[in-house]
Ligand binder design. Structure first.
Ligand code: TRP
Length: 334
């Protein structure tokens, strides 16, 4: 039997290079694998856990993120793309799953803790749904019996939790779920342009897939490098240098990148030259994406039809899962 891949995004803003590096690339590879059934969800209900007061923004971004998917090469005939809120079976699983894990494990989730700080939510009392979203996310994955979950490494605790829930469910009620695992990129997470934190919508330090060539080169020019590297002939630091992190992630000529690093550390390579290489590399990656995005954006009705179709396909599978779950839990009265 084919394995199932599932991953997704919160539609709170357009996607950026951190998403491309963290998970879009992997999705495209699985899409080509005949042994893997691929699912991608637009996690609009999860977006409401911190955007409850901005429904228009979430709704608009469902379309924007779907366009990002199409632009990078997600083929909605081969990858089932669906809208989370419209699959009520996920919400039902969420309710059952809440009973399978201790409250402290949910409250101790390191990613949720960081997000609470970054978003400036009151430490004492973020929305209850926000603290619980990792449990709902386990529902996203398990409703289609997902096993392979390509994500950025900040999502590792979420996938661990889903594994634990699957295991506890199977122990308590009998084998229904596979145990999912995360697939993360080798190099860890992509930093934001100003260094330090990861690239993020919330922090506004990312290069978006839809950014124009000018915006991209402006952002590249403002990237954090090494403040001690003042003149071209000065030796510079590669560690923590955002331009090198992006070249590592996206430059197809990796052996040249290694040479550039050596030259930079030795002295004699200026930031201007380095940044202009990166701008070219990113333009090579993003210009076909930008073109395809503009093409698909001409027909938003077609994009919504794809999502409706994907949601319908998902519900058919989700319905089977829920039947098995209710039977296993003895909640199948009538
Ligand atoms: N929490 C993920 C993020 O913020 C998005 C997401 C929702 C997700 N449901 C998922 C990722 C299920 C993987 C699997 O990026």
């Amino acid at each position: 039997m084919a394995q199932v891949m599932l991953t997704g995004d919160r539609p709170t803003g357009p996607l950026h290079l951190g998403h491309y590096y963290g998970s879009l690339r992997a999705r495209l590879q699985y899409q080509e694998d005949p042994e893997v059934d691929t699912f991608v969800l637009l996690a609009d209900a999860q977006a409401y856990t911190d955007h409850a007061d901005r429904p228009e923004q979430v709704q608009q971004n469902v379309l924007e993120v779907a366009l990002d998917y199409l632009a990078v090469g997600i083929d909605m005939d081969r990858t089932t793309v669906f809208v989370q809120s419209q699959v009520p079976e996920i919400h039902e699983l969420f309710v059952y799953f809440l009973n399978l894990i201790p409250l402290d494990m949910v409250l101790g989730n390191p990613t949720v803790k960081t997000e609470i700080e970054q978003k400036g939510m009151k430490q004492e009392s973020p929305p209850a749904g926000f603290a619980m979203y990792p449990v709902h996310q386990a529902g996203d994955i398990l409703v289609v019996k997902g096993e392979i979950v390509p994500v950025g490494d900040d999502q590792n605790p979420m996938i661990e939790l889903a594994r634990g829930i699957a295991r506890r469910f199977n122990q308590a009620y009998g084998d229904v779920f596979p145990e999912p695992h995360a697939v993360t990129p080798r190099g860890g997470r992509l930093p934001g342009i100003s260094g330090g934190a990861k690239a993020s919508k919330t922090l506004g330090n990312a290069i978006y897939l839809g950014d124009s060539a000018d915006e991209v080169s402006q952002k590249v020019n403002s990237m954090y490098t090494d403040p001690g590297h003042v003149r071209v002939e000065d030796p510079g630091k590669v560690e923590g240098n955002v331009v090198f992190a992006y070249l590592d992630a996206f430059d197809p000529r990796q052996s040249e990148v290694e040479q550039l690093k050596a030259q930079y550390e030795h002295g004699g390579l200026g930031d201007v030259a380095l940044k202009s290489r990166l701008s070219e590399v990113l333009d090579g990656l993003l210009s076909p994406i930008r073109k395809r995005r503009a093409e698909f954006a001409k027909d938003p009705g077609q994009v919504m039809r794809y999502l409706a179709e994907g949601t319908k396909r998902t519900r058919a599978i989700a319905g089977q899962t829920i039947d098995e779950v209710r039977a296993a839990m003895r909640l199948d009265y009538f």
